[in-house]
Design a protein around this ligand. Structure first.
Ligand SMILES: *Cc1c(COP(=O)(O)O)cnc(C)c1O
Length: 360
């Protein structure tokens, strides 16, 4: 049975609309005089509109991620990629999306903005995914099932079998947000793209690749899905400077790999150090570049860290995260500083004072 049919889930107005045809759509490699877009002709380095299809950048992404160019969409941050998915597939006030709790807050915001109902399936207390709970919330108006793996703020990659069960039992698009996949040693979903026609993988250059300020999000999917996103995207959604800078970084993947290795090393060091501190109740397993840490009086610890100029994320108020802080891995020096302040706050004597005499 062929469950997935893009014609059945794309919004009618999107399927029928005439896309904006930008002056540079027929970007010709041979043209020499550009009098078509009312630009200023005097060179500043950025007086011309950028390539609306980011062709050079897509080639570089294709090489690094091993995905064909026609299966790649680039957005102004993955927030834009996600927003376009909502706008392409979810009819306001009629359709709904299913996401996970605890999860990334942006999915709720995007649902609100687009006037689409957001249904949340609870993860288990150990943050594992139960496909049945997700599928039970979905109905004929569910257009997107948005999963985040490794999940934010919990840090764990979702169970492959459960995600597969969801993919195989829904007509909706299953969007796997892999913002942290570069940090994970577990296989991601890019290599399964050709197996599941309803799979969309969203990644970003904001985290492991160190380009958060450039706003570059990546969408990977079947050609038909990419074509829909291309119809509705703002014509020049990725600016020239971002395209150029990203090309430089993507040409040096070894540098990023080294940084990822260092972050992973720091994460394990941090885990071991945290686990020796009294007041720390649990450091959750993490496939990402942060640790979710359950401790005594997390909100108070959070405030005291702030007083010392250290900002972490207080996740105490959300499901299964009672008294938890989410701590991003910084440089080795920053991590040392965090541990030092944390020790003080949890009222341990400083290291050099913990001699037998000082303990009396
Ligand atoms: C950080 C993050 C992103 C990245 O968003 P950008 O808009 O690409 O910077 C996406 N999803 C999740 C879950 C994140 O934590």
């Amino acid at each position: 049975m062929k469950l997935f049919d893009i014609q059945k889930i794309v919004r009618k107005n999107v399927a029928q609309m005439m896309p904006y045809s930008s002056a540079r759509d027929d970007y010709s490699d041979t043209a020499e005089v550009w009098l078509d877009a009312n630009e200023n002709p005097f060179p500043t380095g950025y007086n011309r509109y950028p390539d609306p299809w980011q062709r050079e950048l897509k080639k570089a992404v294709s090489k690094v991620k091993d995905v064909p160019v026609e299966n790649i969409f680039i957005g102004n941050g993955s927030d834009e990629v996600l927003d376009l998915l909502f706008r392409a597939f979810c009819e306001p006030r009629l359709d709904n999306v299913v996401t996970l709790r605890p999860g990334y807050g942006m999915y709720n915001v995007l649902a609100e903005v687009n006037d689409v109902q957001c249904r949340e399936a609870d993860l288990e207390p150990d943050f594992s995914l139960n496909a049945e709970k997700v599928l039970a919330l979905a109905d004929a108006n569910t257009k997107l099932i948005v999963l985040c793996s490794p999940n934010n703020p919990t840090g764990n990659a979702l169970e492959t079998e459960e995600v597969e069960t969801i993919l195989l039992n829904t007509r909706a698009l299953v969007v796997v947000d892999e913002a942290y996949a570069d940090f994970s040693e577990k296989p991601g979903w890019l290599e399964r793209l050709s197996v599941f026609p309803n799979l969309v993988v969203v990644q970003t250059l904001s985290k492991a690749w160190g380009m958060a300020a450039l706003r570059l999000g990546l969408g990977f999917a079947g050609k038909e899905i990419i074509r829909v996103l291309n119809r509705i995207k703002p014509p020049y959604n990725v600016n020239l400077m971002s395209q150029q800078e990203a090309l430089k970084q993507l040409a040096l993947p070894e540098k990023t790999k080294e940084r990822i290795a260092l972050v992973r090393q720091e994460k394990e060091k941090m885990r071991r150090a945290l686990e020796t501190l009294p007041g720390i109740k649990k450091v959750f397993p993490s496939d990402a570049n942060f640790l979710l840490v359950e401790m005594k009086n997390a909100t108070e610890v959070y405030r005291k860290l702030l007083e010392e100029g250290i900002v972490v994320r207080n996740r105490s108020g959300i499901l299964h995260c009672t008294s938890c802080l989410r701590i991003t891995m910084g440089t080795p020096e920053e991590n040392e500083r965090l541990l030092f302040e944390l020790k003080n706050i949890l009222q341990l004597p400083p290291l050099q004072a913990s001699t037998p005499e000082a303990e009396q």
